[in-house]
Write a protein that binds this ligand. Structure first.
Ligand SMILES: [Zn+2]
Length: 423
């Protein structure tokens, strides 16, 4: 039996993964495989914070069991296969109780229960585009039991989380607790020694990325490729005692939100990979954001926003004619790509004028007539072209390759370069 839940949190607090731990605790069934934390389209304007939904497969487990957490002093395991199905009526009443009790009052939660996994297109659309609640309800008819509260926007994420098939995956060990002290040095030590973890600490901005950004029952979360190493990483941290912890399998850091597009096909609220040539050179606008444009046959603006910090200094090095591949979410107003990372494929040769042309008759430097209009000798009136001036090739400060935003600005779904290099 698959259970999907979403939208129990609101901007005021709460966390859907905490509701999942409550369910794991209250349901008297085994977990088949890892609980799943599935991030969806990060550009949806009405999302709550991280836009993550939860899916669990429950039943009576068989085969190999793995320790994946501890809740209220009880060790939590997940099993490799399902021996027996769970009882629907029994779990509906428990889930109903847990969701109603734990959802924030201004959230729109929902849960979905089904025997078989839902079709993959539901996930694909929810992570890359905009999926409506109506589309989901239509698909769920006769396939699933579902319940929603208030507007029930959570239906979309709940169904999408069940529909996710992990082609690429990472794990996150999430701890919960009200006492929140943590020793920064131990995080740095862990980051350096646990090589398969990522986004723990931002060295450039002295930022502990394992802590939640907003008010939340979450204490900290360690992300990584390998769930065994996550347990080791947790042991290395010097912190207050957590009240519970659980490892989730997730689509975080997979780039699954991105789609390759031609500029003419780019739509607001999607996340895209677009190849183009720099047209408008980078310039800083109010708020410290850096904007430039690229073109293929069409043109689009790309922006490195202020929260991306040092990344903006890299973007400022781009020059007209550079060939780049931009990765990022599309904003509607202003219509621009919010850059998550960029690959500089080829640098244009940039020349800088060092001297105006010299008049052959008079031996004096000519004067510019106007930008792009050429030169004229002020003594005899002889004219010269732009190309007759003396230029030198500019040494570029940027090299071809991948560049990413610092950890402090990294989105959940964005694949860090650390993972790209490995693949
Ligand atoms: Zn002259």
């Amino acid at each position: 039996m698959w259970v999907g839940i979403d939208d129990t949190d609101s901007l005021k607090g709460g966390c859907t993964t905490y509701v999942a731990t409550e369910l794991v605790d209250k349901l008297k069934y085994d977990l088949i495989g890892f609980p799943r934390l599935v991030r969806l389209n990060p550009n949806i304007p009405w999302k709550t914070r991280g836009n993550g939904a939860i899916a669990l497969q429950i039943g009576i487990g068989g085969g190999k069991k793995i320790e994946i957490g501890e809740i209220n002093g009880r060790k939590i395991y997940c099993y490799s296969y399902k021996r027996k199905e769970a009882n629907l009526e029994e779990i509906v009443s428990i889930i109903d109780e847990v969701v109603s009790k734990n959802a924030m009052k201004d959230a729109d939660p929902a849960f979905v229960i089904c025997q078989k996994k839902l079709p993959y297109w539901i996930y694909k659309k929810a992570v890359k585009e905009i999926l409506s609640k109506e589309e989901v309800e239509k698909e769920l008819q006769e396939k699933a039991f579902y319940k929603y509260y208030r507007k029930g926007r959570g239906m979309i994420g709940a169904a999408a989380a069940i529909a996710w098939k992990p082609r690429d995956r990472t794990y996150e060990l999430i701890t919960y607790g009200s006492e929140k002290w943590i020793d920064k040095e131990s995080v740095i030590k862990m980051d350096k020694s646990c090589k398969s973890t990522f986004n723990n600490y931002d060295y450039e901005n002295d930022y502990l990325a394992i802590l939640p950004k907003a008010n939340s029952p979450v204490f900290y979360g360690i992300r990584g490729e390998n769930f065994e190493e996550l347990k080791k990483a947790k042991e290395m941290l010097v912190t207050a005692k957590e009240e519970r912890w659980l490892i989730f399998e997730t689509n975080q850091a997979t780039d699954e939100h991105l789609q390759k597009k031609k500029i003419k096909d780019v739509k607001p609220y999607e996340s895209v990979i677009v190849k183009g040539i720099v047209k408008k050179e980078p310039h800083v606008i109010k708020g410290g954001h850096v904007v430039f444009s690229i073109y293929d046959e069409n043109e689009i603006d790309c922006t490195a926003y202020e929260p991306t910090k040092q990344f903006r200094n890299i973007i400022k090095q781009l020059r007209k004619g550079d060939e780049v591949i931009v990765y990022g979410g599309v904003r509607e107003k202003p219509f621009t790509i919010n850059i998550e990372k960029i690959e500089v494929k080829r640098l244009a040769e940039v020349y800088e004028k060092v001297e105006n042309p010299v008049c052959r008759k008079c031996g004096k430097h000519m004067k510019s007539i106007g930008k792009g209009k050429g030169y004229r000798c002020l003594i005899c009136g002889t004219k010269a072209d732009e190309k007759d001036a003396k230029y030198v090739k500019v040494e570029r400060d940027i090299k071809p390759g991948f560049y990413e935003v610092p950890v402090i600005a990294m989105r959940h779904l964005t694949k860090p370069l650390k993972r790209i290099k490995k693949l």
